[in-house]
Design a protein around this ligand. Sequence first.
Ligand SMILES: Nc1ncnc2c1ncn2[C@@H]1O[C@H](COP(=O)(O)OP(=O)(O)OP(=O)(O)O)[C@@H](O)[C@H]1O
Ligand SMILES: [Mg+2]
Length: 221
Amino acid sequence: MLEARALSKDYATPAGSLPVLRDVDLKLSRGEAAAIMGPSGSGKSTLLHILGALDRPTSGEVTLDGSNPFALDERQQAAFRNRHVGFVFQDHFLLPQCSVLENVLVPTLVADSRDGFEPRARELLDQVGLSARLDHRPAELSGGEKQRVAIARALIRDPLLLLCDEPTGNLDRASAAKVVDLLLDLHRRRNTILLVVTHSLEVAGHFSRRYELTERSLKAI
Ligand SMILES: Nc1ncnc2c1ncn2[C@@H]1O[C@H](COP(=O)(O)OP(=O)(O)OP(=O)(O)O)[C@@H](O)[C@H]1O
Ligand SMILES: [Mg+2]
């Protein structure tokens, strides 16, 4: 279960404190999926980063299956993220010099044992339809294919929480629909908590739970 309670975030800027989130509450159980919409600058990425322990809230609490990542030191926090959270960003952030297969294996480089990860990477790449592209470099892939590699990479350690920040923002309609179907399919199979930020009503329409972030708070829509 992902639980956020009374999350607030203010950025410190030269012009003073900039309030972005106020008292945001969110509860998602294992197996639940939700879409978050909202105008540009409303704080969607900020919220996603806090939920994935990439950034700290100014106040409030986040727990994932009862543990609070912000109570950990920086190293433990990085390990927590690596183990329990998968991120997919609008820009895929693949390593250009690595092959598709190597890119998917990147999050396992810090694992105690790498046993079993390569077959798993191959299986995931098969599930995202890229079995025939294992040795391609990112520059040799289409936009949708790169995003599918990023999804396989986000799932390699079987995270409890999968956070996607405009994963289809750079894709045409047909590729976007495919990526969303794929995310929902993998989410069902692996019983993750899936949270997707999107500007597209069409993408949000695939989710039974939808929220809008406006005026610094999160409302169910
Ligand atoms: N590191 C930062 N320091 C100061 N202000 C920031 C910082 N990051 C974001 N902001 C501000 O916080 C607000 C929320 O930003 P955020 O990136 O969360 O918006 P968003 O909803 O994801 O927007 P978009 O849809 O354009 O991606 C914006 O007004 C932005 O200018
Ligand atoms: Mg954003």
